[in-house]
Design a protein around this ligand. Sequence first.
Ligand code: FES
Ligand SMILES: [Fe+2]
Length: 435
Amino acid sequence: MLTAEENEILTRVGPQTPMGRMMRRFWLPICTSAQLPEADGDPLRMSLLGEPFVVFRDTDGQVGVLEELCMHRGVSLALGRVEQGGIRCLYHGWKFGADGTILDTPNHCNARFRERMKAPAFLVREAGGLVWAYIGPKGRQPEFPHYAFMDGPSEHGAVIRLNTPVNYLQLFEGGVDSSHVGILHSNQANPTWMNDEFTAREDEDFNPGALASGDNAPTLDIEDTAFGFHYVAKRQGPPAADGNPATSIRVTPAILPVTRIIPAPAFQFFVFEVPQSDTVTSTYIIAHGPKPIDRAEIIRIMGLKEPFWNDEDCDFRADWANRLGQDRSRMKDNWTGFDGIEQEDAVLAMSMGPILDRTREHMVAADRAVIHLRARLLESVRRHEEGEAPIAHGLDLADVRSLPDTVIAQDDRWQDLVPGNLRTGRTAMTDKARP
Ligand code: FES
Ligand SMILES: [Fe+2]
């Protein structure tokens, strides 16, 4: 349970808010590379942390991120023409390069005016199938982030985006809440729940709901790391060959401010909950692994399909007018009446309302990682407000891993199976990462 003030600090992300200031110190995804498929293609109207932007790919393939409204008299550049090395406003034809250079002002012939001014433009990079922007204070960006999914052949990764009309924290909390996996996601985790038995699913490389144990009350161990924390959910596993009790563990890292890595048997799911605003969140799921990936199969497991979602606008649609799309006629052999993991997560987060009142909860031991996520986010905000670098700023995150369900002996240390998590951030931060 939180105070009303803590809930406000955690959930408000606009430019004048403590969380908004902290998040602005990071590179964040603003769209996928696939949404800008061609040079001089249609520009995108995107929001990040409560501010509107236009995103476009110029004639040379370079991506530009500018303030949405034209610096002349405020028409949306998202209606503009993308041509010959820039984006041109429809109203009076002012034209801007990807870096904000003013290339043309047809209604004002003074060249020196163009040279003196610049349109508000932001730093942009493309990596891992995402377009990343830095919209924070000038010169205070960290090193560009490095995640494991940015390495290796591109066919070993798949990027999926969905935009859900809820605050980011409701979605992020679901990502560090292991105890819901075997219950909410029964259809993927425990399809034999109707018989009161547990049968582990096999050969499901892409299924993050694949549990190895039917124990629905995991105990959690949490350990702080330089990037935030990682935690293990320990479930009672099948007895070992020698008859001794064994524990099935699943490790999830939470990388502040918006990322976690969810394990599937052979793949890692990097999930970013990027606030478009206080009440809309873009979830970017990047599945990555040691072999080629079947994106359509992942979309199927996630339950992302019409009428809830399409791959074009990526908006997640569900409405109480038809019970958020729930099909209750299926609930005899389908736990939720929904189709897949991400559909279930998004619908349940929406059912809480746009911003949950966290002063009225009743937390239990299985919620400890959720409680810890809030504490670490508040700590990072406090540090940043006091002039320090926020948690995870400037770290190389390439060695951070999750661990899918793995049976270990009771005395084994789970941390030894994810050695990169504790190693990350041990070396000195770069100068740019300092406050
Ligand atoms: S408002 Fe854009 S050129 Fe005038
Ligand atoms: Fe979930």
